[in-house]
Design a protein around this ligand. Sequence first.
Ligand SMILES: [Zn+2]
Ligand SMILES: [Zn+2]
Length: 264
Amino acid sequence: MTTLCDAAGSFPEPLEDAFPDAGNTGRWPMHVHCHLVRTPTRTVLVDAGVGPEWAPAGEWFGRPGRLPEELAALGVDPSEITDVILTHLHPDHIGWVVADEDAPKPYFANARHVVQNAELKWLRDSGEEYEELYESHIKPLMDAQLLVEVTGAATLDERLDLVLAPGHTPGHQCLLVDAPDRPLLITGDAFVHRGQMTSAGLAYRYEEGTEDAAKTRRRLLSVAAERGVLLAPCHLDEGVVLVESASEDSFRTTAMARCPNTVA
Ligand SMILES: [Zn+2]
Ligand SMILES: [Zn+2]
């Protein structure tokens, strides 16, 4: 698994607004990572970043993403991607799925884009808030017959399994990778800040389901601690994290890898 840093910047609101109970204030430096997983048969991208400057999240985050350069540096052409796993459909995770602002078409033209059915339903039912995003970033995938809906846990190949992890959004999912050394879980936005990795109950203001999100974090952290599964979060500068249990709701974490890009 390789971490690709699409963008590094600051969350547009102060920390105390996003995490009222965190007890921390000020700036929240935030990375937007995508993950590349290669198996003998597949080249899989997990999440598609903030996207180019015209994408909704590019504007929101205050800077465009650089995923195409990151892929090029690894010698991966967008046409080689076989699967794009969408952990969820927030704009900062689907920015690069389409190319061309005026006539959007799939950027990863040969990839099936895998999303949970519950997530798609949630986006459709969100009304005006995500109507434009649906038209510009989801419909072109459907028109090209590249959007694949799954329900709950699913196996992609012998090394890759989708794990339902609802709360941040209703159909949020993670990808479990049976890596040769030890298993690794790419966690999307199940954890958006490192505080949620040490304290599972720490609520993020923009979670769709606060209780479900905390339950999901508790489950993922417990499994990670018990079975030695490494976690790869999206928005932390820690690219890969080792988890140990401290008490029922609190955990100790150790960064196993850090993003080389610093937040200016
Ligand atoms: Zn999100
Ligand atoms: Zn996010």
